[in-house]
Design a binder for this molecule. Structure first.
Ligand code: PCA
Length: 205
């Protein structure tokens, strides 16, 4: 089994992005599945080019995308990605789309195909604050999730895909008081999420 896990690089003036820091620290194998880690750039055009290339090249069983959701205090498992790019803040290439589709001629939205509620339950059982989120926003993370699900749909693949947002790390909250979580807890949370996805993929074997 092969699982692609991505995190993002820093954006918005931050020195790190806790999503990539946590993904980087994951083992290369979890529960017998090969874990392929990639850092994505915080650019609308970058994710729309790189994610399809990655999925078509690796043909993974699952794709778990992760990103920073500053201001959230829980790990949030996203339910849905919408076909909109609308941002108040420029991406890392200076692009600020307004009311644009991620892809023309694509559906208005896709639901995550990873087991969102089962992942939240598993995280909470491990005493890690987690909730379902019903919006991944309209910035690069939503575009990344939409791109993954659309790529899988149009290529007729059975790959499962979803997005997990993580809070700021404690390091990021030292100077500016804001909700934060230990990087090790975020890493552990992602490992639990991956194990849950593997469990879901193998349950009918
Ligand atoms: N979070 C941003 C983009 C990259 C990231 O880590 C978002 O939520 O859209």
């Amino acid at each position: 089994m092969k699982i692609v896990v991505t995190g993002f690089g820093p954006f918005g003036g931050e020195k790190i992005n806790p999503s990539w820091e946590a993904v980087k620290a994951l083992p290369n194998e979890i529960g017998g599945a090969e874990i392929i880690k990639h850092m994505l750039p915080v650019t609308f055009n970058g994710v729309r080019k790189m994610i399809p290339e990655l999925i078509v090249k690796e043909r993974p069983d699952a794709v778990i995308l992760t990103g920073q959701a500053g201001g959230r205090s829980n790990i949030t498992v996203e339910r849905v990605a919408i076909n909109v790019m609308d941002s108040a803040m420029p991406d890392n290439e200076g692009y600020t789309p307004e009311d644009e589709p991620v892809f023309e001629d694509a559906p208005v939205a896709y639901f995550a195909t990873i087991p969102v509620k089962t992942i939240v339950k598993a995280l909470r059982e491990a005493k890690i604050p987690a909730v379902v989120s019903n919006t991944a926003g309209t910035y690069v993370c939503n575009a990344a999730m939409f791109t993954a699900l659309h790529t899988i749909e149009v290529s007729g693949m059975t790959t499962k895909a979803g997005f997990i947002h993580v809070p700021f790390s404690h390091e990021q909250a030292l100077d500016k008081p804001r909700p934060s979580m230990a990087l090790e807890t975020i890493r552990e949370g992602l490992e639990i999420a991956i194990r849950t996805v593997i469990g879901d993929l193998t349950k009918n074997d």
